[in-house]
Design a protein around this ligand. Sequence first.
Ligand SMILES: [Mn+2]
Length: 318
Amino acid sequence: MTNLIFERIPACVRRIAVVGHVRPDGDCAGSVTAVYRYLRNLYPEREIVPFLGEYEESLGFLAEGIPVRTDDGEGLFADLCIGLDVSAPERIGAGSRAFSEAARTLVIDHHETNPCFGDENVVCPDASSTCEVLYTRMDSGKITQETAVSLYTGMVHDSGAFRYSCTGPETLRAAAGLLEKGVPFSRIIEDSMELKSYAVQKLTAAVLLRSRLYAEEKCLVSDCPLELLDRFEVPLREIGSVVTVLNDTREAEVTLFLYEAEPGVWKGSLRSRRDVNVARLAAVYGGGGHAKAAGFSFAGDCRDAEEGILEALRESSH
Ligand SMILES: [Mn+2]
């Protein structure tokens, strides 16, 4: 039996759409661009249509030279649509119609909560990232340097540069294989993970200053209303790194960062450095994700969401 999923796509499949999740992160943008490049080389005569929503500027290098579509793909009627790093059908971002209207679907993911909503599913909860899953299903001889850059970026983003507990021996074996392709690994981490604009640095400082540390719950909470984003002129898509900085606080084992995505509608980002499973906390508000990183949406007063999550946290420690 072969592991190579892309090589066994039937010849009658002429048009292939590739989609990821809303607000693409490094793993999502990395997997969409990696699959696009791999298929482009494997099947130069077929039509490959990549979809990606708006994402952080620091990841812009991933899609360089790729004709990415940002619409929903209505009327494309692909023979096959590949959903990457998407934990549920309603999480599909750009290309959501391309997925629902496709003749066949293939889902490749690593979210534990994935209900396997594709016609075919490759869901590996033990993998650090969707990019790691992809690496094990690709023929390494056919992975070009450009594809390797996409895969490596996805892996370092979801594993916190190989620090999070999702990092396994397979992750490092995949990383080793990608280094052999000549991936500029220091630059990828510096450019796409560490360096932030001055505006984002100042916003992060402001968010940290207004944070609350709940010593007993070992939980750090902060929030970012729209007016704060406006004051520092930071676009919403650039806010992803703030929660990572908050989570570097020794006294906190759980971090909750609430930011206002539109008036009165808040996104909650949860991070855990210890045993607390934040996917379960996010589920209180219908969200989900991973044990160490999860998220949810909340309409109303962000202090209510803060209280609700703290309550759930107290209950979970009993
Ligand atoms: Mn991922």
